[in-house]
Design a protein around this ligand. Structure first.
Ligand SMILES: [Fe+2]
Length: 754
């Protein structure tokens, strides 16, 4: 018997995540073995394919997109590197090139450190790690090519001064490596020389770091020979220097008359530009967001903030699987008509059984609201999880999460095969270092209707993230409640200005990642009387940063504490995009408890449970929430684990900042022993910390009034939304939502006096 694994043959992305009427969004696609596909625009209502879910509901939106398009393969030029344009000043008959490097995979094969060579290798020079991980210099002249290697592999993650000098008159080349630290039996010093004939003619050639400049195709620039690891302070001098002299004068700077170029990677840190601090100003650009604000060869450990000592943070960590903007050619576009209502839409691409949906948000007209309710789509969290590889890379670890086998989909299989699609902020690069940037300018295969997460629920059966948030759209549509949609990126751009146009803001099921502008905007909205319905779990947990100079990319440092699939190195907690201290908001004096009444208590991924009402739910202040509900048990049903309380859960904790007026309306019971608290909750681990023993590990349903006359309703559970649609929306979770929405939309302020 043979079985064919499912294969995803159409993938695509859009250049924008949200667009307003009158604006244009472009769609890019790549097809495998498909000569033509049909495309159209659909409005997404539901894609909960769980047996108890509402199934697939989408509405075709007639537009100029409706057509057939030719299928074609569009490649991704993945891997980060740096390019300096060709400049006459970079040429010298005799020269010395050097840098400090910290290789992370010296044995993976040929990796470029610095290079000025024609793509066909016919002329120029190239300083690289060779197939054995030793430093090698190649010079190519009209008389042929010579490569000389030290023959000694560099050690992984050890700073090493590397370089080569070329005597053009004598036809002599020397290459060296001088490690900063030597261990007994591990002296990796190396030096070797060779002769060559002819002259190096490098005129007109670009100079590159961490990759070999290959070719341009449309908006894409391809490179090869990608290097994994850090490069710090590359230098180029006129004339021949000995290895010792080169290292000694490495930091002499502009006073050195022989200096051609001295790249200072700590300069222009927040951008994708690299700066040559020499008089020649041979500046360059970075491709595919390598990690900046990295400790350099001269980091002392006395300073942890790159802005306080930028000269110690001159390293860039390059990865062979970094991805930013795929730069694909446009297949089709949509100019949003003026009468297109705000909502969640998708470009639907299909050929036979092969399909892809590229979701996007239509905003209300700029500066306007067309409803009093806003669904704030947690796109920062979607980006954090974008193309997450936990099931294929995490193996049994992830299966222990769901207490069952992972359920690999066609998306997971393709991601496992295609490293060039890039990683999520939960993954590590091929060299084991954490992924600190996520871009949406690439196909994001798990931000799709109908897609479940391989390790959330047995065989990955529970809706998750984007797909798990659609039931809210389904509910609001079914109830006839007008709503607008905006994304986290819109909130980051506009702050309070966006939210102030609404009376009620609804979150998604897992709004975990917040930039400062987002958090400030949301807090200000609440403080001035806004009404927040926090409909998820583990929200407002990590600090992230967007970069106005690099739209579409988000940065995260997994520092200090919290549930982390990788951990940033000490001294590398500060974000490169804005210099802010990264990590958990709770660690920065902004506990979610103060904002929402509840905060992260723990997580488990095998099943969900229900809430039981508390005595406090009978408080007259909460009477409006339970109108028409006599049940003691809330939400003992649902498509996300069979209950409304679960997956990632938050509790009220006055010691952590929950305001004293927080009413705990109901609390979960019976979370399983696969539930565990985050590290920030574990001061001293014991066998009593799991969900079946730990009274602090629970979901609390809460309500609180705010000083501004507004209010916050929180569910403290990712699973909540999976219960909304059950029994044709006739259930106590949906009824609570109706009740809260009705009161929250009412202009009457919430009282605060006893
Ligand atoms: Fe999360």
């Amino acid at each position: 018997m043979t079985a064919e694994l499912p294969r995803k043959r159409i993938i695509g992305y859009a250049d924008e995540l949200s667009v307003a009427p009158g604006e244009t969004i472009h769609f890019m696609a790549s097809c495998e073995d498909i000569t033509a596909y049909d495309a159209s625009i659909v409005r997404l209502i539901s894609a909960d394919l769980h047996p108890d879910g509402r199934g697939w509901i989408e509405e075709h939106v007639p537009s100029a997109v409706d057509n057939s398009y030719p299928g074609r393969v569009q490649a991704i030029a993945a891997g980060s590197w740096a390019l300096v344009p060709a400049m006459p000043c970079l040429c010298a008959e005799s020269f010395t090139v050097a840098a400090w490097i910290w290789p992370t995979t010296p044995g993976k094969g040929h990796q470029i450190i610095a290079r000025r060579m024609a793509p066909d290798g016919s002329r120029g020079w190239s300083l690289a790690l060779d197939a054995n991980g030793a430093l090698a210099m190649t010079v190519a002249t009209d008389k042929g090519s010579v490569t000389v290697s030290t023959g000694t592999p560099l050690l992984e993650r050890v700073w090493c001064h590397v370089g080569a000098s070329v005597d053009g008159d004598a036809g002599h080349v020397t290459v060296w490596q001088r490690p900063r630290k030597i261990w007994p039996w591990h002296d990796t010093h190396g030096e070797a020389s060779a002769s060559f004939e002819g002259h190096i003619e490098a005129g007109g050639l670009t100079l590159s770091f961490a990759g070999a400049h290959e070719r341009e195709e449309g908006r894409r620039t391809f490179a090869s020979g990608h290097y994994n690891g850090k490069i710090d302070a590359p230098r180029l001098w006129r004339g021949v220097s000995s290895p010792g002299d080169a290292e000694a004068k490495h930091d002499a700077g502009r006073s050195d008359l022989a200096l051609i170029a001295a790249w200072d990677f700590a300069d222009a840190m927040t951008s994708d530009v690299i700066v040559d601090s020499s008089a020649n100003m041979a500046h360059g650009i970075l491709f595919n967001v390598p990690t900046r604000a990295m400790k350099g060869h001269n980091w002392t450990g006395d300073v942890l903030d790159w802005m306080a000592a930028p000269e110690q943070y001159g390293a860039i960590h390059f990865h062979d699987d970094d991805v930013h903007d795929c730069g694909w050619d446009v297949d089709f576009e949509l100019t949003v008509p003026d009468d297109m209502p705000s909502g969640i839409y998708a470009a639907k691409l299909g050929s036979g059984d092969d399909q892809d949906h590229i979701p996007f948000v239509v905003l209300p007209p700029r500066g306007q609201a067309t409803a009093d309710v806003l669904f704030l789509m947690p796109s920062a969290s979607y980006m954090a999880y974008a193309n997450e590889h936990s099931s294929s890379h995490g193996g049994g670890f992830m299966q222990s999460f769901s207490n069952g086998l992972s359920g690999m989909s066609a998306q997971d299989l393709l991601l496992n095969e295609r490293a060039d699609l890039g990683y999520s902020l939960y993954d590590v690069h091929s060299d084991g270092s954490g992924v600190a940037y996520s871009s949406r300018l690439r196909p994001i295969l798990n931000m799709r209707p109908g897609v479940t997460n391989s390790w959330v629920g047995p065989a990955g059966t529970f809706p998750w993230q984007f797909n798990a948030d659609l039931p809210l759209v389904d509910f609001l549509t079914h109830e006839g409640i007008a709503f607008d949609v905006a994304t986290d990126e819109d909130l980051d751009n506009e702050g309070l200005g966006l939210l102030s146009r609404y009376r009620v803001v609804l979150t998604g099921s897992h709004p975990e990642y917040y930039s400062k502008a987002m958090l400030d905007g949301l807090q200000a909205f609440i403080d001035r009387g806004g009404r927040l319905m926090y409909l998820g779990g583990n929200g407002f947990y990590w600090r992230v940063a967007y970069n106005p100079d690099m739209p579409g990319v988000m940065e995260l440092r997994r520092g200090e504490d919290g549930i982390r699939d990788w951990v940033a190195e000490g001294g590398e907690y500060y974000q490169s995009f804005d210099g802010a201290y990264g990590g958990m908001w709770e660690r920065q004096g902004r506990p979610i408890h103060a904002l929402a009444g509840v905060g992260m208590a723990g997580q488990g991924f095998d099943s969900s449970t229900y809430y039981r009402r508390t005595e406090a739910s009978r408080d007259p202040r909460a009477a409006f929430i339970f109108e028409g509900i006599d049940d003691e048990i809330i939400g003992d049903f649902g498509t996300v684990g069979g209950g409304a309380a679960g997956i990632e859960v938050d509790r009220c904790d006055h010691g952590k900042g929950s305001p004293p007026n927080t009413l705990v309306l109901a609390s979960s019971e019976g979370l399983s022993d696969t539930y565990y608290p985050g590290p920030e909750e574990i001061d001293n681990a014991s066998p009593l910390i799991d969900g079946s023993h730990n009274p602090n590990l629970r979901a609390d349903l809460t309500f609180m009034e705010t000083n501004g006359g507004g209010a916050v309703f929180s569910t403290g559970s990712i699973a909540w939304m999976g219960s909304l649609t059950c029994n044709g929306f006739d259930n106590n979770v949906a009824q609570i939502m109706r009740n809260v929405l009705k009161r929250f939309r009412d202009a009457e302020t919430f009282g605060g006096s006893d």
